[in-house]
Write a protein that binds this ligand. Structure first.
Ligand code: UD1
Ligand code: CA
Length: 443
């Protein structure tokens, strides 16, 4: 049977989102604001924006504080910005967003910017449950074997959430509670803003804790609902660089799982590194020690590695072989081409069924600018060739072993050799076997 919470969040016009991102992130020990620290080259807050985009929530407000210009610069048009001048706590941060929500009668999804692993599916289920239960607040919780550092969820005898207690204020008995606050909540806007100003800073950190809203709601007998996510990884809060290492591991696992589910064989996931924004076609096989960086597209039935690096802005077509100690960057490689050993391909456009010999280098940089190498279909690049860009190697052309082609063009069907490369001969056109002439049968 379908669970009630499997229902879609639905039309999001009645939902706004507030992201709390004003904190400095002292525990990161960094000049960079915490939410701009990256995992797989994407800032923590970038992951939150992506999840909200998937949810189709249009009205997004981010509370910035520490180095707010830098954070606002990253957010661009994706979010309205409000500034929290003094970091007085999460409740105070949320109050800064109130003026941007004047007259808003819907619900507010509130989340901290430092939980990059949160999935849009989970937020969707939280929203659906919140709508269904008609609660004033629905909090996303999780049960952790090690709940250290998180606010703990306190429930009454009827299992209703009545309070959240922060680690620093918790008694020994409260500290053993394993159900924690993820820092993600849905609120009825009206109830939230009516009670937010009642929160006091009477706690260990002398901050206005948003978590205190739960006790206030409970005392006012406003209904509080909760949704527990079983995926304990997704609520990981990033507070230190060790947490960043943990997040990196989890994202890495997610990316590899997506690639494998897409029909790709990864022989050794332990030594395979694939960034965000990589597409890989069905039945491609990735041997050990391969690194594929962001913005790379790879076709079907390719064989990649071992010991290979594919760098950004590269498109590899179907049935291409890229072997050991090969690096490819900002290039396209068309179908059936083989680049098997010790080769650097940069700023190149390589055609179909080209063979690139061992030790070939496209010398794309002259100390001032990068130049393009073009290699047309069926060309044969001899071992140790150096192609000094800008250079074009024609169809069916051959470069001899160890030759250096210095700028310009090698015409179609031409063999060049030497340093600098000179034309050795034109290739003879292959004789077409006439259909009327039968090959002689062997005796
Ligand atoms: C918070 C919750 C805790 C929860 C945990 C989940 C409170 C009081 N505690 O604790 O119950 O288990 O998240 O990860 O809410 N921020 C501001 N302005 C401020 C203070 C913080 O915008 O004045 C922002 C921070 O940038 C951060 C978020 O709020 O993105 C949470 O702050 P943080 O200090 O990390 O709270 P935690 O101690 O992790
Ligand atoms: Ca945190």
């Amino acid at each position: 049977m379908k669970k009630k919470t499997d229902v879609k969040g639905g039309d999001m016009k009645d939902f706004a989102c507030v992201i709390l991102a004003a904190g400095e992130g002292t525990r990161m020990n960094s000049q960079t604001p915490k939410v701009l620290h990256t995992v797989y080259k994407k800032p923590l807050i970038g992951y939150i924006l992506k999840a909200l985009e998937e949810l189709k929530i249009k009205k997004v407000i981010t509370v910035c504080g520490y180095k707010s210009k830098q954070v606002a610069g990253y957010l661009g048009k994706k979010s309205l910005i409000v500034e929290q001048k003094r970091r007085l706590g999460t409740a105070d941060a949320l109050r800064q967003a109130e003026k941007k929500l004047a007259g808003f009668k819907g619900h507010i999804l509130t989340l901290c910017a430092d939980i990059p692993l949160i999935r849009s599916q989970t937020l969707n289920r939280l929203i659906a449950l919140h709508r269904g239960s008609k609660a004033s607040c629905t909090v996303l919780t999780s049960v952790l074997k090690n709940p250290t550092g998180y606010g703990r969820i306190l429930r009454d005898d009827n299992n209703k959430v009545v309070k959240i207690i922060e680690e620093k204020d918790a008694s020994l008995y409260e500290k053993v509670i394993e159900e924690i606050n993820s820092g993600v909540y849905c609120f009825k806007a009206k109830d939230l803003f009516a009670s937010l100003k009642e929160i006091k800073a009477d706690n260990a950190k002398k901050e206005y804790y948003l978590t205190d809203i739960i006790e206030i709601f409970a005392k006012k007998e406003l209904s509080i609902s909760s949704f527990e996510t079983e995926d304990t990884e997704e609520i990981l809060g990033i507070n230190s660089r060790f947490d960043l290492v943990e997040a990196h591991k989890i994202i890495r696992k997610r990316i590899l799982a997506r690639v494998i589910e897409g029909g790709v064989t990864i022989v050794d996931p332990e030594t395979t590194h694939i960034d965000n924004n990589v597409e890989i076609g069905q039945d491609t096989v990735i041997e050990p020690f391969v690194r594929i960086e962001e913005d790379v597209k790879i076709g079907k039935k390719c064989r990649l590695g071992p010991f290979l690096r594919i760098r950004p802005h590269t498109v590899i077509a179907d049935e291409v072989k890229l072997g050991n100690f090969v690096e490819v960057v900002r290039s396209t490689v068309d179908s059936g081409t083989k680049i098997n050993h010790h080769t650097y391909i940069g700023d190149s456009r390589i055609g179909k069924k080209v063979n690139v010999g061992a030790g070939t280098i496209t010398a794309n940089y002259n100390g001032r600018e990068k130049n393009t190498t073009i290699i047309k279909d069926n060309a044969f690049i001899g071992s140790g060739s150096i192609l000094v860009a800008p250079v074009k190697i024609g169809k069916n052309a051959v470069t001899g072993a160890n030759c250096t082609v210095v700028k310009g063009e090698v015409k179609d069907d031409t063999v060049v050799v030497g340093v600098p490369a000179k034309v050795l001969r034109k290739k003879k056109k292959q004789k077409q076997v006439s259909k009327s002439v039968k090959p002689r049968s062997r005796k």
